[in-house]
Ligand binder design. Structure first.
Ligand code: ATP
Length: 600
């Protein structure tokens, strides 16, 4: 495939924000493709070279990209920098500069194959002299590029491809292009993706053998599975009712979710909730898991929490979050903040997949497969059949340092549902009993200039939840509380990669912040309660026409959710559920007034 055709398709995709239209355009783009071009186009269109979990990065800084553009366009780097400052986007500047350069002698048109192979080579270049080689390789791609190709090449290199094709839209397009477009086909395609986390692999299997061939995609040690997620209920009585009267309750540890891949031989690999490899941060787990897990190869899941080495008590999560990303001093961190992995599930044991088994069978297999050690233990669990038993267990869990309980269905059909959120697992946190329920993981989409002590920096942020149906981010609060000086100083750096010249098409809000940001940074907020609001757009119209949901007295908890993609943030539907949970707890009067203040 010619790269020019891909660039032209990007232009069309960029011009629409409608998911249906996007799906049709994407289906049209990929329909004629076969491997190896098909997976390459899918990765490239997501701004990737390999499935995300492999963590392959180009490693090209803005300054290097500017040098490559300058060389290819025959201008000084200072000129590129000057124009980029005006346009705000090196991609558009490249387009401009390539259009203005003298016509080239005939060159061979760029192909997807060449672009992909060259960029993969650039990603692999390491060590001394590699920066120069990277600049040269990118220059060589830009020289024969048309202005439009140049724009998208450069945006890819910088990681700012704004085409906006998300995984779910690609899955839709695969179903339209290579299957009969039915709901069943879509479900099977998504199931294969949830198990493999690799769209290229799924697409290749699909074109080769149709939907039937997807059944052959199974678990593989080293390839993360998309995590099963939990629903909420506002009371333990409702939790039990949902689960048919009895359930397995487990401690809900407040730490970092870890999926551990333990091969028969060779190193253990650990993946985070968003499938990033985090093995390097927890060398003690990597060392201990092969001893603790007897049925190898295995894939097990658990929550990693800090433990006080003297008292064996669970410590606040912040200790782990400080350690995430800490490159140096890992040895000291291991003794100062040792962690323990509390295992709660098993997807593969002794080489046999267990994810299709019901939960009681999986827990039995997990118990059998693991010999607990100091660092690797089983999540505390008790099967309960009454609200009294459940309450007692919740109190024990909270006293033991957990943030609540996780209820797990014991029923038929309680298999591990990769990538799905459902009532097979229900989370219930201690703070559901008073005031506003849970914390909310929001996406920062805007910033407001600070005043007074905060003059000259951001003073507050516009935060949104995600609506997967509409594939957009809807604001629900403006939050300034909870940021100490260090956090405020850090925010501009955290937000810099997401700066946007105008409101991104995927963001909706009735407020105009001083600066817009593309959805990227996820952080945790709490508040007093959810109310209706004419200016926020979360779940707009679900409770009353024209009103969205807003969080009163929002406060940043200090916890960044780097383990979440923006699309993993709290959803509008979840927010609505939380609002309704509150309303039920507030025992409405006969006239239906829920006792809540009037909308603000
Ligand atoms: P999400 O539901 O989107 O994962 P979140 O990351 O904010 O939201 P929580 O509300 O904290 O998650 O609840 C789910 C998480 O709880 C799991 O992803 C897991 O990391 C953690 N967890 C702790 N203990 C358990 C347990 N015993 N079983 C399952 N998950 C547990």
């Amino acid at each position: 495939m010619r790269y020019a055709d891909l660039a032209a398709a990007y232009e069309r995709l960029e011009a629409t924000s409608k998911r249906l239209e996007m799906r049709a355009l994407l289906a049209e783009l990929i329909r004629p493709l076969r491997p190896p071009d098909l997976p390459r186009v899918l990765y490239l269109s997501q701004g990737l070279l390999r499935p995300e979990y492999e963590g392959v990065e180009l490693g090209v800084a803005d300054s290097l990209a500017r040098r490559a553009v300058a060389q290819a366009a025959g201008v000084e780097p200072a000129e590129v920098a000057r124009r980029t400052k005006l346009s705000g986007d090196l991609g558009s500047t490249t387009q401009e500069l390539l259009a203005a350069r003298r016509p080239l002698e005939a060159t061979t048109p760029l192909t997807v194959e060449r672009v992909y192979t060259e960029l993969s080579r650039v990603a692999a270049l390491k060590g001394e002299g590699s920066q120069e080689q990277k600049v040269q390789a990118i220059t060589d791609l830009l020289v024969p590029a048309s202005p439009q190709e140049g724009k998208y090449l450069v945006r890819f290199v910088l990681g700012t491809l704004r085409v906006g094709v998300r995984e779910m839209t690609i899955l839709d397009a695969l179903a339209t292009a290579f299957a009969d477009g039915t709901k069943e086909a879509r479900v099977r395609i998504e199931a294969a993706f949830n198990l493999s986390s690799d769209l290229g692999l799924v697409a290749s299997a699909l074109v080769d053998g149709g939907v039937a061939a997807l059944g052959a995609i199974s678990l593989e040690v080293g390839r993360p599975v998309r995590p099963m997620l939990a629903e909420r209920e506002p009371s333990l009585a409702e939790v039990l009712e949902r689960m048919g009267g009895s359930a397995a309750l487990e401690y809900k540890y407040d730490g970092l979710r870890v999926q551990a891949h333990v091969p028969k031989d060779g190193p253990v690999r650990l993946f985070s909730r968003r499938l990033e490899e985090i093995s390097a941060q927890f060398p003690e787990l990597v060392a201990e898991l092969p001893k603790a897990v007897r049925a190898k190869p295995a894939i097990v899941e658990g929550e990693c929490v800090p433990i006080d080495p003297d008292t064996d008590e669970i410590q606040p999560f912040q200790a782990v979050s400080r350690r995430r990303g800490r490159k140096h001093d890992l040895e000291r961190a291991q003794t100062e903040i040792p962690v323990c992995l509390f295992l709660f599930d098993v997807l593969l044991a002794g080489g046999t997949p267990t994810y299709g088994d019901d939960f009681p069978a999986r827990r039995a297999r997990l118990t059998e497969a693991v010999r607990a050690t100091d660092r690797v233990r089983l999540a505390n669990q008790r099967v309960v059949a009454s609200v009294e038993e459940a309450t007692t267990f919740l109190e024990e869990a909270v006293a033991g340092g957990a943030e609540g309980v996780m209820a797990k269905s014991l029923g038929a059909g309680s298999s591990y549902r990769a990538g799905a959120r459902g009532y097979w697992w229900i989370k219930y946190k201690r703070d559901y009993t008073v005031g506003l329920t849970d914390s909310i993981d929001g996406v920062v989409v805007g910033g407001f200039h600070g005043r007074g002590r905060r003059a000259g920096r951001f003073g507050a942020f516009l935060v949104a939840v995600y609506d997967p149906g509409k594939d957009r981010f809807e604001s629900f609060c403006k939050v300034g509380s909870g940021f100490d000086d260090a956090a405020l100083a850090e925010m501009p750096h955290r937000l810099a990669p997401f700066e946007a010249p105008e409101r991104p098409v995927s963001v909706v809000s009735g407020i105009e912040p001083d600066r817009w940001f593309r959805p990227g940074l996820v952080l945790e907020v709490r508040g007093a309660e959810l109310t209706l609001s004419p200016i926020h757009r979360a779940a707009e119209g679900s409770v009353r026409a024209g009103a969205g949901l807003a969080l009163r007295f929002p406060r940043f908890t200090g916890r960044y959710r780097d383990d979440k993609d923006p699309t993993d943030a709290t959803t509008s539907d979840e927010l609505l559920e939380m609002y309704r949970g509150q309303v039920r707890q507030a025992a409405p009067d006969a006239d239906g007034d829920d006792g809540r203040p009037d909308p603000t």
